[in-house]
Write a protein that binds this ligand. Structure first.
Ligand SMILES: Cc1ncc(COP(=O)(O)O)c(C=O)c1O
Length: 501
Protein backbone atom coordinates (compact mmCIF):
# COMPACT_ATOMS: atom_id res chain seq x y z
CA UNK A 1 0.00 0.00 0.00
CA UNK A 2 1.54 3.35 -0.98
CA UNK A 3 1.92 5.95 1.75
CA UNK A 4 -0.27 8.23 -0.32
CA UNK A 5 -3.29 5.91 0.07
CA UNK A 6 -6.32 7.34 1.91
CA UNK A 7 -6.30 6.78 5.69
CA UNK A 8 -9.24 4.34 5.63
CA UNK A 9 -7.45 2.14 3.10
CA UNK A 10 -4.27 2.14 5.18
CA UNK A 11 -6.23 1.19 8.30
CA UNK A 12 -8.01 -1.60 6.42
CA UNK A 13 -4.68 -2.92 5.19
CA UNK A 14 -3.20 -2.86 8.72
CA UNK A 15 -6.21 -4.69 10.08
CA UNK A 16 -6.11 -7.19 7.29
CA UNK A 17 -2.42 -7.83 8.14
CA UNK A 18 -3.33 -8.33 11.79
CA UNK A 19 -6.01 -10.87 10.93
CA UNK A 20 -3.59 -12.57 8.57
CA UNK A 21 -1.18 -13.10 11.47
CA UNK A 22 -3.91 -14.80 13.50
CA UNK A 23 -5.27 -16.87 10.64
CA UNK A 24 -3.74 -20.31 10.18
CA UNK A 25 -4.47 -21.69 6.69
CA UNK A 26 -3.13 -25.13 7.67
CA UNK A 27 -5.38 -25.98 10.59
CA UNK A 28 -8.19 -28.51 10.32
CA UNK A 29 -10.73 -25.84 11.37
CA UNK A 30 -12.94 -24.74 8.47
CA UNK A 31 -11.98 -21.30 7.07
CA UNK A 32 -15.30 -19.65 7.87
CA UNK A 33 -15.35 -21.04 11.39
CA UNK A 34 -11.79 -19.90 12.05
CA UNK A 35 -12.34 -16.39 10.69
CA UNK A 36 -15.59 -16.07 12.62
CA UNK A 37 -13.84 -17.12 15.85
CA UNK A 38 -10.91 -14.74 15.36
CA UNK A 39 -13.16 -11.77 14.66
CA UNK A 40 -15.59 -12.61 17.44
CA UNK A 41 -12.78 -12.94 19.99
CA UNK A 42 -11.13 -9.74 18.82
CA UNK A 43 -14.43 -7.87 19.22
CA UNK A 44 -15.24 -9.38 22.61
CA UNK A 45 -11.74 -8.71 23.97
CA UNK A 46 -11.86 -5.10 22.80
CA UNK A 47 -8.96 -5.58 20.40
CA UNK A 48 -11.38 -4.41 17.72
CA UNK A 49 -13.25 -1.62 19.50
CA UNK A 50 -16.67 -0.29 18.55
CA UNK A 51 -16.60 1.71 15.35
CA UNK A 52 -13.63 -0.13 13.81
CA UNK A 53 -14.18 -0.67 10.11
CA UNK A 54 -13.51 -4.24 9.03
CA UNK A 55 -11.40 -4.70 5.88
CA UNK A 56 -13.36 -4.92 2.63
CA UNK A 57 -14.29 -8.51 1.90
CA UNK A 58 -12.27 -8.61 -1.34
CA UNK A 59 -9.10 -7.36 0.38
CA UNK A 60 -9.38 -9.69 3.36
CA UNK A 61 -10.18 -12.72 1.19
CA UNK A 62 -7.15 -11.97 -0.93
CA UNK A 63 -4.82 -11.46 2.08
CA UNK A 64 -6.01 -14.66 3.78
CA UNK A 65 -6.07 -16.65 0.57
CA UNK A 66 -9.67 -17.73 1.00
CA UNK A 67 -12.87 -17.33 -1.04
CA UNK A 68 -14.53 -13.92 -0.87
CA UNK A 69 -17.85 -15.64 -0.25
CA UNK A 70 -16.44 -17.10 2.97
CA UNK A 71 -15.63 -13.62 4.25
CA UNK A 72 -19.05 -12.35 3.19
CA UNK A 73 -20.72 -15.25 5.00
CA UNK A 74 -18.73 -14.55 8.20
CA UNK A 75 -19.54 -10.82 8.13
CA UNK A 76 -23.20 -11.66 7.60
CA UNK A 77 -23.21 -14.07 10.53
CA UNK A 78 -21.52 -11.49 12.78
CA UNK A 79 -24.12 -8.99 11.60
CA UNK A 80 -27.02 -11.28 12.49
CA UNK A 81 -25.55 -11.78 15.95
CA UNK A 82 -25.05 -8.08 16.46
CA UNK A 83 -21.24 -7.94 16.57
CA UNK A 84 -21.05 -5.73 13.48
CA UNK A 85 -23.33 -3.53 11.46
CA UNK A 86 -23.21 -2.64 7.83
CA UNK A 87 -23.88 0.79 6.44
CA UNK A 88 -25.08 0.52 2.85
CA UNK A 89 -22.16 1.40 0.58
CA UNK A 90 -20.03 2.33 3.60
CA UNK A 91 -18.59 -0.95 4.82
CA UNK A 92 -18.81 -3.14 7.90
CA UNK A 93 -18.19 -1.72 11.38
CA UNK A 94 -17.80 -3.21 14.84
CA UNK A 95 -20.99 -2.54 16.80
CA UNK A 96 -21.04 -1.02 20.25
CA UNK A 97 -21.78 -4.01 22.43
CA UNK A 98 -19.07 -3.64 25.06
CA UNK A 99 -20.68 -4.22 28.43
CA UNK A 100 -19.45 -1.02 30.01
CA UNK A 101 -22.95 0.28 30.69
CA UNK A 102 -25.33 -2.48 31.41
CA UNK A 103 -28.54 -2.42 33.34
CA UNK A 104 -28.02 1.16 34.38
CA UNK A 105 -24.63 0.79 36.00
CA UNK A 106 -21.17 1.41 34.77
CA UNK A 107 -19.33 -1.86 35.15
CA UNK A 108 -15.87 -0.61 34.51
CA UNK A 109 -15.85 2.12 37.10
CA UNK A 110 -18.27 0.37 39.44
CA UNK A 111 -15.72 -0.81 42.05
CA UNK A 112 -14.09 2.62 42.16
CA UNK A 113 -17.44 4.38 42.52
CA UNK A 114 -18.64 2.04 45.24
CA UNK A 115 -16.61 3.90 47.84
CA UNK A 116 -14.63 2.36 50.61
CA UNK A 117 -16.51 2.99 53.79
CA UNK A 118 -17.18 -0.71 54.32
CA UNK A 119 -20.90 -0.15 54.74
CA UNK A 120 -21.82 1.06 51.29
CA UNK A 121 -23.83 -1.02 48.88
CA UNK A 122 -22.36 -2.48 45.73
CA UNK A 123 -23.33 -0.68 42.52
CA UNK A 124 -25.46 -3.69 41.70
CA UNK A 125 -27.14 -3.45 45.10
CA UNK A 126 -27.87 0.22 44.55
CA UNK A 127 -29.42 -0.46 41.15
CA UNK A 128 -31.59 -3.16 42.68
CA UNK A 129 -32.83 -1.00 45.52
CA UNK A 130 -33.32 2.13 43.44
CA UNK A 131 -35.53 0.21 41.00
CA UNK A 132 -37.24 -2.02 43.55
CA UNK A 133 -40.81 -2.96 42.67
CA UNK A 134 -41.91 -5.08 45.64
CA UNK A 135 -44.68 -3.57 47.75
CA UNK A 136 -44.59 -3.67 51.56
CA UNK A 137 -48.29 -4.50 51.93
CA UNK A 138 -49.08 -8.03 50.77
CA UNK A 139 -52.68 -8.39 51.86
CA UNK A 140 -55.95 -6.51 51.41
CA UNK A 141 -57.65 -4.40 48.74
CA UNK A 142 -56.30 -4.12 46.02
CA UNK A 143 -52.96 -5.93 46.35
CA UNK A 144 -52.25 -7.62 42.99
CA UNK A 145 -51.08 -11.19 42.61
CA UNK A 146 -52.07 -12.40 46.07
CA UNK A 147 -54.70 -15.16 46.32
CA UNK A 148 -57.27 -15.47 49.07
CA UNK A 149 -55.26 -17.52 51.54
CA UNK A 150 -58.17 -17.56 54.01
CA UNK A 151 -59.97 -19.94 51.61
CA UNK A 152 -57.13 -22.44 51.63
CA UNK A 153 -58.18 -25.84 53.02
CA UNK A 154 -55.74 -25.62 55.93
CA UNK A 155 -57.33 -28.51 57.82
CA UNK A 156 -56.78 -30.91 54.93
CA UNK A 157 -53.20 -29.72 54.59
CA UNK A 158 -52.45 -30.11 58.27
CA UNK A 159 -54.04 -33.60 58.34
CA UNK A 160 -51.77 -34.75 55.50
CA UNK A 161 -48.80 -33.01 57.09
CA UNK A 162 -49.17 -34.64 60.50
CA UNK A 163 -49.71 -38.04 58.91
CA UNK A 164 -46.53 -37.55 56.93
CA UNK A 165 -44.43 -36.32 59.84
CA UNK A 166 -45.29 -39.46 61.79
CA UNK A 167 -43.39 -41.55 59.26
CA UNK A 168 -40.85 -39.08 57.96
CA UNK A 169 -37.55 -40.75 57.04
CA UNK A 170 -34.19 -39.15 57.89
CA UNK A 171 -33.60 -38.60 54.16
CA UNK A 172 -36.67 -36.39 54.01
CA UNK A 173 -35.21 -34.18 56.73
CA UNK A 174 -31.81 -33.92 55.15
CA UNK A 175 -30.68 -31.89 52.15
CA UNK A 176 -32.51 -32.65 48.95
CA UNK A 177 -30.81 -33.54 45.74
CA UNK A 178 -31.43 -33.58 42.05
CA UNK A 179 -34.43 -31.29 41.59
CA UNK A 180 -36.87 -32.08 44.38
CA UNK A 181 -39.19 -34.76 45.72
CA UNK A 182 -39.66 -37.31 42.94
CA UNK A 183 -43.35 -38.17 43.57
CA UNK A 184 -44.21 -34.45 43.45
CA UNK A 185 -42.46 -34.12 40.12
CA UNK A 186 -44.47 -37.09 38.84
CA UNK A 187 -47.87 -35.70 39.83
CA UNK A 188 -46.92 -32.31 38.45
CA UNK A 189 -46.18 -33.89 35.07
CA UNK A 190 -49.73 -35.28 34.95
CA UNK A 191 -51.22 -32.00 36.05
CA UNK A 192 -49.17 -29.94 33.59
CA UNK A 193 -50.01 -32.25 30.70
CA UNK A 194 -53.76 -32.16 31.22
CA UNK A 195 -54.18 -28.59 32.50
CA UNK A 196 -51.46 -26.74 30.57
CA UNK A 197 -50.52 -28.93 27.61
CA UNK A 198 -46.91 -29.08 28.85
CA UNK A 199 -44.95 -32.00 27.43
CA UNK A 200 -42.27 -33.33 29.76
CA UNK A 201 -41.15 -36.22 31.92
CA UNK A 202 -40.55 -35.98 35.69
CA UNK A 203 -36.80 -35.47 35.32
CA UNK A 204 -37.45 -32.22 33.47
CA UNK A 205 -39.44 -30.79 36.38
CA UNK A 206 -37.27 -29.08 38.99
CA UNK A 207 -38.73 -27.81 42.22
CA UNK A 208 -37.67 -24.36 43.39
CA UNK A 209 -38.79 -21.99 46.11
CA UNK A 210 -40.39 -19.46 43.77
CA UNK A 211 -40.21 -17.86 40.36
CA UNK A 212 -37.37 -15.62 41.52
CA UNK A 213 -35.41 -18.66 42.56
CA UNK A 214 -36.01 -20.28 39.16
CA UNK A 215 -34.85 -17.12 37.41
CA UNK A 216 -31.79 -16.81 39.60
CA UNK A 217 -30.73 -20.33 38.67
CA UNK A 218 -31.44 -19.66 35.01
CA UNK A 219 -29.29 -16.55 34.89
CA UNK A 220 -26.44 -18.30 36.68
CA UNK A 221 -26.44 -21.37 34.48
CA UNK A 222 -27.34 -19.99 31.07
CA UNK A 223 -26.29 -16.36 30.82
CA UNK A 224 -23.07 -14.42 30.99
CA UNK A 225 -22.63 -10.83 31.97
CA UNK A 226 -23.68 -8.62 29.09
CA UNK A 227 -25.92 -11.15 27.35
CA UNK A 228 -29.13 -9.69 25.97
CA UNK A 229 -32.65 -10.29 27.24
CA UNK A 230 -36.01 -9.18 25.86
CA UNK A 231 -38.55 -8.22 28.48
CA UNK A 232 -42.19 -7.39 27.97
CA UNK A 233 -42.91 -3.66 28.24
CA UNK A 234 -44.73 -3.37 30.59
CA UNK A 235 -43.76 -6.51 32.45
CA UNK A 236 -43.13 -8.21 35.76
CA UNK A 237 -40.87 -6.06 37.96
CA UNK A 238 -39.52 -9.18 39.72
CA UNK A 239 -38.10 -10.62 36.52
CA UNK A 240 -36.68 -7.23 35.56
CA UNK A 241 -34.87 -6.87 38.88
CA UNK A 242 -33.35 -10.32 38.73
CA UNK A 243 -32.24 -10.10 35.13
CA UNK A 244 -30.92 -6.59 35.60
CA UNK A 245 -28.68 -7.38 38.55
CA UNK A 246 -27.43 -10.49 36.75
CA UNK A 247 -25.83 -7.92 34.42
CA UNK A 248 -28.02 -8.71 31.44
CA UNK A 249 -28.61 -6.12 28.77
CA UNK A 250 -32.36 -5.50 28.79
CA UNK A 251 -34.36 -4.64 25.69
CA UNK A 252 -37.91 -3.62 26.52
CA UNK A 253 -40.22 -5.04 23.84
CA UNK A 254 -43.67 -3.48 23.52
CA UNK A 255 -46.77 -5.51 24.20
CA UNK A 256 -50.01 -5.22 22.23
CA UNK A 257 -53.28 -7.13 22.28
CA UNK A 258 -51.49 -10.19 20.84
CA UNK A 259 -48.72 -10.18 23.45
CA UNK A 260 -45.03 -9.34 23.01
CA UNK A 261 -44.46 -7.67 19.66
CA UNK A 262 -40.82 -7.63 18.60
CA UNK A 263 -41.80 -6.94 14.97
CA UNK A 264 -40.77 -3.29 14.94
CA UNK A 265 -37.58 -3.65 16.97
CA UNK A 266 -34.30 -2.45 15.51
CA UNK A 267 -32.61 -5.80 16.13
CA UNK A 268 -29.29 -4.94 17.74
CA UNK A 269 -28.35 -8.52 18.46
CA UNK A 270 -29.83 -11.89 19.25
CA UNK A 271 -30.98 -12.08 22.88
CA UNK A 272 -29.98 -14.90 25.17
CA UNK A 273 -33.39 -14.88 26.85
CA UNK A 274 -36.88 -13.83 25.83
CA UNK A 275 -39.06 -13.50 28.92
CA UNK A 276 -42.80 -13.72 28.22
CA UNK A 277 -46.10 -14.37 29.97
CA UNK A 278 -48.07 -15.62 26.93
CA UNK A 279 -51.12 -17.07 28.68
CA UNK A 280 -51.89 -13.92 30.63
CA UNK A 281 -49.52 -11.07 29.94
CA UNK A 282 -48.47 -9.40 33.15
CA UNK A 283 -49.81 -6.84 33.91
CA UNK A 284 -51.91 -5.90 30.84
CA UNK A 285 -53.61 -9.28 30.57
CA UNK A 286 -53.45 -9.99 26.83
CA UNK A 287 -53.17 -13.55 25.54
CA UNK A 288 -50.43 -14.18 23.00
CA UNK A 289 -51.90 -15.13 19.64
CA UNK A 290 -50.99 -18.41 17.98
CA UNK A 291 -49.28 -16.56 15.12
CA UNK A 292 -47.04 -14.67 17.59
CA UNK A 293 -46.33 -17.87 19.51
CA UNK A 294 -45.18 -19.60 16.36
CA UNK A 295 -43.10 -16.63 15.28
CA UNK A 296 -41.37 -16.46 18.63
CA UNK A 297 -40.69 -20.19 18.71
CA UNK A 298 -39.31 -20.10 15.19
CA UNK A 299 -37.09 -17.15 16.05
CA UNK A 300 -35.76 -18.86 19.19
CA UNK A 301 -35.11 -22.05 17.27
CA UNK A 302 -33.19 -20.33 14.52
CA UNK A 303 -31.12 -18.12 16.83
CA UNK A 304 -30.69 -20.44 19.83
CA UNK A 305 -32.32 -17.94 22.15
CA UNK A 306 -34.07 -19.29 25.27
CA UNK A 307 -37.72 -18.42 25.78
CA UNK A 308 -38.64 -18.16 29.45
CA UNK A 309 -42.37 -18.76 29.75
CA UNK A 310 -43.83 -17.32 32.95
CA UNK A 311 -47.11 -19.17 33.43
CA UNK A 312 -47.98 -17.68 36.79
CA UNK A 313 -51.78 -17.67 37.07
CA UNK A 314 -53.35 -19.25 34.00
CA UNK A 315 -55.41 -21.68 36.09
CA UNK A 316 -57.71 -18.73 36.66
CA UNK A 317 -59.45 -17.99 33.39
CA UNK A 318 -63.13 -17.14 33.54
CA UNK A 319 -65.55 -18.06 30.82
CA UNK A 320 -63.24 -20.09 28.61
CA UNK A 321 -60.64 -22.80 29.02
CA UNK A 322 -57.06 -21.74 29.76
CA UNK A 323 -54.86 -21.67 26.65
CA UNK A 324 -52.27 -24.40 26.45
CA UNK A 325 -48.70 -23.38 27.21
CA UNK A 326 -46.12 -22.17 24.72
CA UNK A 327 -43.91 -25.02 25.90
CA UNK A 328 -46.40 -27.51 24.48
CA UNK A 329 -45.90 -26.05 20.99
CA UNK A 330 -42.12 -26.01 21.15
CA UNK A 331 -40.47 -28.58 18.90
CA UNK A 332 -37.00 -27.03 19.16
CA UNK A 333 -36.36 -27.46 22.88
CA UNK A 334 -36.01 -23.70 23.39
CA UNK A 335 -38.69 -23.04 26.04
CA UNK A 336 -38.06 -23.06 29.76
CA UNK A 337 -41.40 -23.13 31.50
CA UNK A 338 -41.83 -21.47 34.90
CA UNK A 339 -44.77 -22.37 37.10
CA UNK A 340 -45.58 -21.33 40.65
CA UNK A 341 -47.81 -22.63 43.41
CA UNK A 342 -48.11 -19.18 44.97
CA UNK A 343 -51.43 -18.38 43.33
CA UNK A 344 -53.13 -21.76 43.53
CA UNK A 345 -51.98 -22.66 47.02
CA UNK A 346 -50.53 -19.72 49.01
CA UNK A 347 -47.47 -17.52 48.43
CA UNK A 348 -45.91 -18.23 51.83
CA UNK A 349 -45.52 -21.88 50.85
CA UNK A 350 -42.65 -20.79 48.56
CA UNK A 351 -42.94 -23.67 46.12
CA UNK A 352 -42.57 -23.34 42.37
CA UNK A 353 -41.14 -25.38 39.53
CA UNK A 354 -39.44 -25.08 36.23
CA UNK A 355 -39.66 -27.43 33.28
CA UNK A 356 -36.41 -27.47 31.36
CA UNK A 357 -35.61 -29.02 27.98
CA UNK A 358 -34.11 -32.50 28.08
CA UNK A 359 -30.53 -31.35 27.44
CA UNK A 360 -30.53 -29.04 30.47
CA UNK A 361 -31.84 -31.57 32.99
CA UNK A 362 -28.58 -32.84 34.48
CA UNK A 363 -26.88 -29.47 34.61
CA UNK A 364 -29.85 -27.82 36.28
CA UNK A 365 -30.31 -30.57 38.84
CA UNK A 366 -26.63 -30.27 39.79
CA UNK A 367 -26.77 -26.47 39.70
CA UNK A 368 -29.66 -26.44 42.15
CA UNK A 369 -27.72 -28.56 44.61
CA UNK A 370 -24.50 -26.68 44.19
CA UNK A 371 -25.89 -23.17 44.48
CA UNK A 372 -28.68 -23.50 47.01
CA UNK A 373 -28.31 -26.71 49.02
CA UNK A 374 -31.90 -27.71 48.33
CA UNK A 375 -34.21 -28.86 51.10
CA UNK A 376 -37.88 -28.37 51.80
CA UNK A 377 -38.74 -32.00 51.11
CA UNK A 378 -41.47 -32.34 53.73
CA UNK A 379 -43.74 -29.61 52.28
CA UNK A 380 -43.09 -31.04 48.83
CA UNK A 381 -44.27 -34.44 50.05
CA UNK A 382 -47.39 -32.91 51.61
CA UNK A 383 -48.13 -31.14 48.34
CA UNK A 384 -47.69 -34.34 46.33
CA UNK A 385 -50.26 -36.03 48.54
CA UNK A 386 -52.56 -33.00 48.41
CA UNK A 387 -52.53 -33.20 44.61
CA UNK A 388 -52.83 -36.99 44.50
CA UNK A 389 -55.89 -37.00 46.76
CA UNK A 390 -57.67 -34.49 44.48
CA UNK A 391 -57.72 -31.49 46.87
CA UNK A 392 -55.60 -29.42 44.49
CA UNK A 393 -58.02 -29.77 41.57
CA UNK A 394 -61.08 -29.05 43.70
CA UNK A 395 -59.42 -26.03 45.34
CA UNK A 396 -58.65 -24.57 41.89
CA UNK A 397 -62.24 -25.13 40.76
CA UNK A 398 -63.66 -23.49 43.89
CA UNK A 399 -61.32 -20.50 43.74
CA UNK A 400 -62.02 -19.97 40.05
CA UNK A 401 -65.67 -19.32 40.88
CA UNK A 402 -64.80 -17.04 43.79
CA UNK A 403 -62.33 -14.92 41.82
CA UNK A 404 -64.62 -14.72 38.82
CA UNK A 405 -67.36 -13.23 41.05
CA UNK A 406 -64.93 -10.77 42.60
CA UNK A 407 -63.77 -9.64 39.19
CA UNK A 408 -67.35 -9.00 38.09
CA UNK A 409 -68.06 -7.10 41.32
CA UNK A 410 -64.98 -4.90 40.86
CA UNK A 411 -65.87 -4.12 37.24
CA UNK A 412 -69.42 -3.22 38.34
CA UNK A 413 -68.00 -0.88 40.99
CA UNK A 414 -65.74 0.77 38.40
CA UNK A 415 -68.68 1.31 36.05
CA UNK A 416 -70.84 2.65 38.82
CA UNK A 417 -68.28 5.36 39.65
CA UNK A 418 -66.81 6.15 36.24
CA UNK A 419 -69.15 4.69 33.60
CA UNK A 420 -67.09 4.07 30.50
CA UNK A 421 -64.74 6.99 31.15
CA UNK A 422 -61.95 4.77 32.49
CA UNK A 423 -61.26 1.55 30.56
CA UNK A 424 -60.83 -1.85 32.16
CA UNK A 425 -57.86 -3.48 30.45
CA UNK A 426 -57.11 -7.20 30.16
CA UNK A 427 -58.78 -10.52 29.48
CA UNK A 428 -61.08 -12.22 31.96
CA UNK A 429 -58.40 -14.04 33.87
CA UNK A 430 -56.05 -14.05 36.81
CA UNK A 431 -56.19 -12.17 40.07
CA UNK A 432 -55.99 -8.57 38.88
CA UNK A 433 -57.21 -6.14 36.25
CA UNK A 434 -55.85 -2.83 35.01
CA UNK A 435 -57.86 0.35 35.28
CA UNK A 436 -56.69 2.74 32.55
CA UNK A 437 -56.16 6.43 33.42
CA UNK A 438 -55.77 9.45 31.15
CA UNK A 439 -52.19 9.96 29.91
CA UNK A 440 -51.66 13.16 31.90
CA UNK A 441 -52.45 11.61 35.28
CA UNK A 442 -49.47 10.89 37.51
CA UNK A 443 -50.38 7.34 38.52
CA UNK A 444 -47.48 7.09 40.98
CA UNK A 445 -48.69 10.14 42.89
CA UNK A 446 -52.24 8.79 42.80
CA UNK A 447 -51.04 5.45 44.11
CA UNK A 448 -49.12 7.11 46.97
CA UNK A 449 -52.22 9.07 47.88
CA UNK A 450 -54.37 5.93 47.86
CA UNK A 451 -51.85 4.19 50.09
CA UNK A 452 -52.08 7.03 52.57
CA UNK A 453 -55.80 6.15 52.75
CA UNK A 454 -54.92 2.50 53.33
CA UNK A 455 -55.63 1.28 49.78
CA UNK A 456 -53.07 -0.45 47.60
CA UNK A 457 -53.44 0.57 43.94
CA UNK A 458 -50.18 -0.10 42.16
CA UNK A 459 -49.34 2.38 39.39
CA UNK A 460 -49.17 0.84 35.92
CA UNK A 461 -46.13 2.99 35.03
CA UNK A 462 -44.13 1.14 37.69
CA UNK A 463 -44.12 -1.91 35.43
CA UNK A 464 -42.39 -0.13 32.54
CA UNK A 465 -38.63 0.04 31.96
CA UNK A 466 -39.09 3.39 30.27
CA UNK A 467 -41.38 5.28 32.61
CA UNK A 468 -41.62 8.27 30.23
CA UNK A 469 -43.38 6.14 27.61
CA UNK A 470 -45.58 4.40 30.16
CA UNK A 471 -49.30 4.10 29.82
CA UNK A 472 -51.01 5.37 32.98
CA UNK A 473 -53.28 3.22 35.07
CA UNK A 474 -53.77 1.23 38.26
CA UNK A 475 -53.17 -2.48 38.68
CA UNK A 476 -55.95 -3.67 40.97
CA UNK A 477 -55.86 -7.10 42.58
CA UNK A 478 -59.13 -8.67 43.66
CA UNK A 479 -57.70 -11.95 44.98
CA UNK A 480 -57.37 -10.90 48.59
CA UNK A 481 -60.38 -8.70 49.14
CA UNK A 482 -63.74 -10.31 49.96
CA UNK A 483 -66.48 -9.81 47.40
CA UNK A 484 -68.78 -7.90 49.76
CA UNK A 485 -65.95 -5.52 50.70
CA UNK A 486 -65.11 -4.61 47.09
CA UNK A 487 -67.80 -1.90 46.56
CA UNK A 488 -66.83 -0.06 49.77
CA UNK A 489 -63.08 -0.36 49.13
CA UNK A 490 -63.43 0.81 45.56
CA UNK A 491 -65.63 3.75 46.60
CA UNK A 492 -62.75 4.96 48.80
CA UNK A 493 -60.31 4.54 45.92
CA UNK A 494 -62.70 6.28 43.53
CA UNK A 495 -62.65 9.38 45.77
CA UNK A 496 -58.84 9.52 45.48
CA UNK A 497 -58.98 8.93 41.71
CA UNK A 498 -61.47 11.79 41.25
CA UNK A 499 -59.19 14.13 43.17
CA UNK A 500 -56.38 13.33 40.74
CA UNK A 501 -58.27 13.44 37.43
C1 LIG B 1 -45.94 -12.07 36.69
C2 LIG B 1 -45.59 -12.92 37.86
N1 LIG B 1 -44.85 -14.01 37.64
C3 LIG B 1 -44.54 -14.83 38.65
C4 LIG B 1 -44.96 -14.58 39.93
C5 LIG B 1 -44.73 -15.63 41.00
O1 LIG B 1 -43.71 -15.44 41.81
P1 LIG B 1 -43.40 -16.47 42.97
O2 LIG B 1 -43.38 -17.85 42.41
O3 LIG B 1 -42.04 -16.03 43.40
O4 LIG B 1 -44.42 -16.29 44.02
C6 LIG B 1 -45.70 -13.44 40.22
C7 LIG B 1 -46.09 -13.11 41.58
O5 LIG B 1 -46.65 -12.11 41.90
C8 LIG B 1 -46.04 -12.60 39.13
O6 LIG B 1 -46.79 -11.51 39.31
Amino acid sequence: MSTGAPLACRRAAVLSDLLQQKFDPDTAEANHRQLYRILQQAILSGELPAGTQLPPTRLLACDLGIARNTVIQVYEQLGIEGYVHTGVGRGTFVADTAPDRIAGFDLITAPARRGNDGGSLSCRGKVLLENAGAGKRQWGGFVPGVPDVTQFPARVWSRIESRLWRRLSPEMMSYASGGGYAPLREVLVDYLRTARGVRCDPRQVLITTGTHHSLHLLTHLLADFGDGVWLEEPGYWGARSLLQIAGLDITAVPVDEQGMNPGELPLRRVPRFIFVSPSHQFPLGSVMSLARRRELLEYAKSTNAWIIEDDYDSEFRYGCRPLPSLQGLDDGGRVIYLGTLSKIMFPGLRLAYMVVPENLVDGFALGLMELYREGHLAPQAVLAEFIREGHFASHIRRMRTIYSERRVTLIEAIHEHFGDALPVIGSAAGLHLVLGLPGDVDDQALSARALAHGIVARPLSLYYCDKRQARRGLVLGYGCVARDEIPREFARLATVIRECL
